[in-house]
Design a protein. Sequence first.
Length: 385
Amino acid sequence: MNRRTLFHGIFAGLAPAPLFADTKATLPLTEFEPKSMLHVQETQVERAKYPVIDFHTHISWGDNMAGKEAVRFPAPASELLAVMDRRNLRMLVDLTGGYGKGLEKTIATLQKPHPDRFIVFTEPWWSKAPEPGYPQFQADQIARAHQAGARGIKVLKTLGLYLRENVRSGKLIKIDDPRFDPMWEAAAAYKMPVAIHTSDPEAFFLPIDRFNERYEELNAHQDWSFHGKDFPSNRELQEARRRVMKRHARTQFVCLHVADSEDLAYTSELLDSLPNMSVEIGARIGELGRQPRTARKFFDKYQDRILFGTDAVPHGEEFPQQVFGDKLYQIYYRFLETEDEYFDYAPSRIPPQGRWRIYGLGLPDPILRKVYNANAARLLGLTLS
Ligand SMILES: [Zn+2]
């Protein structure tokens, strides 16, 4: 097919058929919505094959840099429970449970009334990090959070990419800064796993230009770019986290978003050298599902250290790959359970993280059970009835 016939084919029906290549129609990328012509298997997975623990959700939220304890709840528990019951979701882990009085409120709202359905994690008081007594204060707060009922600690990418010596100004504080050592040790003492999000997709560290595979996403959210300025590279951030995990060998770390989902060889090397590390898959099936053969081997090899998670946010419509709801879970189940080919990784008209589609892994039952619940249950010290 020559160029002229190709363009003629694409734009038939949209504009008068161009007779010559130099009068060809143009179509903005944002309006391009190609429908796949493949006739392939489409499996509807209504319920997960085994009860699911979603280890990565945000069903409460506060401002983690402002030093305010207030938390808000984007949806009432009843709304969440209805979806959970339909989709065989046994438990949601609410990572952003807050701290201090906010944490107490989150626990009282979610975990106390529904102890078999919601688990709440606490977060560090980032705003106090510049203060002299912070290391001990933060360790004490972990004890207080544990006492209040928190089951783990969430560390957002705030550490490494936002938190600075004067909170919002000055030099970036490093992930392996020793002031956090007492906090990592307290996590071990109270058997609270640390769910840690470090760095971001590699493309977020590159210029937002026509070579960037996440151009549309970055163009829509320009503040997500960590290109230039004083930001460390993805690898520097990853290596700082590796030093933390190595230094605190008694602490269990769950690296969110598959640690580095674009470089499974690197992630495998981390897992091989750090027995206290696990990974979680939230918001990264778009990466795993476009390298299905590598991903399948990864799930085989690390089947005891991979946790199900989605990064779901109720009513988070701005980020379709994370909107809590029936559709999101059905996509995850389809990805893990079936060998379906070339399907959308997010409930969205246009693939929101990049214009590609994914392939199912078709995991065998013993691995599914571990990923869906057994690995998380072990780390959280739960027995599922
Ligand atoms: Zn998250």
